[in-house]
Design a protein around this ligand. Structure first.
Ligand code: SF4
Length: 377
């Protein structure tokens, strides 16, 4: 079995949420707004204040930072520099910025690089124009190639492309074309997500009214397996259910989420986790601004998991990764069944999902947990 992904145990991450987009995509139910441009400057000020308070309270230096959204690339270079300047970072920290291929230019990318960003994640979703139209995305495939070229010119050597499978009307040939076109851009990292049709989104309403077909889960499974085959053949290593990278190019920030790291949060709707406590900030930018202006904690809720629940959660997250999870011998019979069924590989006391097992990861996890497979820490 493959070893652990590159990950610095004990590292501390910082997630900053940027809740602004130029246009809302038809499938999106994230905490983001396309009509709040007037708040951007104040929001950046508030995030800088929030991060400054966290720093004064003695949070560790960050070994990873992730600006997600929303569309962080709507922020100009000086805004990103102010946010990154408010975060105490350890030497060699990974700093990722999510970008819309439409919303970047050479000046902005050079400023991001100068501010300390070393990794870009582009929301590509598809390289087929008709699929992008169904998703309500504003870019076209040519923009993606242009964006990647601009990023290379600006000195970025770590690029991720986010792709989505299962868009209504997407055929397996469309998906194969998307994968081939994405691979031709030679990114260091690729993420593949299965589309979920969320009620309340324009796409959800079209599906509910019969104007668009619903997601075909069998077709999504075929698309996933095709992605795994093509990416593996192209030299990418699978390391988490939805993620593949060139060797050593795993996203260290996201590995922290899956492998027991801790992270702080800034911005509305951001989640953090530290010392066993998980918290989530108020959802809207307006409420976040109010909280920060009033000198209050922006968290709107929190929880501390009991030891058993925390161990189960850690087990399920580890099982998502290439390293797999340590399994208690009590689940030996179920492990044998799952292995015989082609869903797991096992070695000594660890189990790792096979490609087909990743398609039903939740079910596999539930069966192992129920069988007493969560090994004591
Ligand atoms: S760019 Fe991303 S965050 Fe913004 S609306 Fe589209 S899917 Fe949602």
């Amino acid at each position: 079995m493959s070893g652990m992904p590159a990950f610095e145990p004990g590292g501390y991450g910082v997630y900053v949420h940027v809740p602004f987009c130029a246009v809302r995509c038809d499938y999106c139910d994230f905490a983001t707004w396309a009509d709040r441009d007037h708040l951007v400057d104040d929001y950046v000020d508030a995030v800088v204040t929030d991060l400054g308070r966290q720093r004064a309270a003695g949070v560790p230096a960050a070994s990873t930072v992730f600006l997600g959204g929303g569309t962080p690339s709507l922020l100009d270079g000086s805004q990103v520099a102010r946010i990154l300047g408010a975060i105490d970072r350890s030497a060699g920290a990974e700093v990722t910025i999510e970008c819309n291929p439409d919303a970047i230019d050479a000046t902005r990318l050079a400023a991001y690089r100068a501010a300390g960003a070393d990794r870009l994640s582009f929301g590509v979703q598809s390289m087929s124009a008709h699929v992008l139209r169904t998703l309500g995305r504003t870019h076209d495939p040519a923009n993606v190639a242009r964006a990647v070229a601009l990023a290379r010119d600006a000195g970025f050597t770590r690029i991720n492309l986010d792709l989505i499978t299962g868009t209504p009307g997407e055929h397996l040939d469309d998906w194969r074309h998307t994968l081939d076109a994405a691979l031709a851009l030679e990114p260091e990292h690729l993420s593949v997500y299965a589309l979920t049709v969320e009620p309340g989104t324009p796409l959800g309403r079209r599906v509910a009214s019969g104007r668009a077909p619903d997601v075909d889960e069998d077709a999504q499974a075929d698309a996933y397996l095709l992605a795994d085959d093509l990416l593996t053949a192209a030299g990418y290593e699978w390391y988490e259910i939805s993620n593949w990278s060139r060797p050593g190019e795993e996203c260290r920030h996201n590995l922290g989420y899956w492998l027991g790291g801790e992270w702080g949060a800034a911005g509305c709707a951001a989640h953090g986790f530290r010392s066993g406590r998980r918290w989530w900030n108020v959802r809207t930018p307006e409420r976040y601004l109010e909280r920060i202006a009033a000198g209050r904690d922006p968290a709107s809720g929190d929880e501390v998991l009991a030891a058993g629940a925390a161990a189960e959660e850690a087990f399920g997250l580890a099982l998502r990764t290439r390293a797999g999870a340590r399994v208690d011998p009590a689940a030996g019979t179920v492990v044998d069944e799952l292995r015989t069924g082609g869903l797991l590989r096992s070695s000594e006391d660890r189990v790792v999902l096979t490609p087909r097992g990743r398609l039903v990861a939740s079910d596999v996890t539930a069966r192992l947990v129920l069988a007493g497979g969560v090994a004591p820490a």
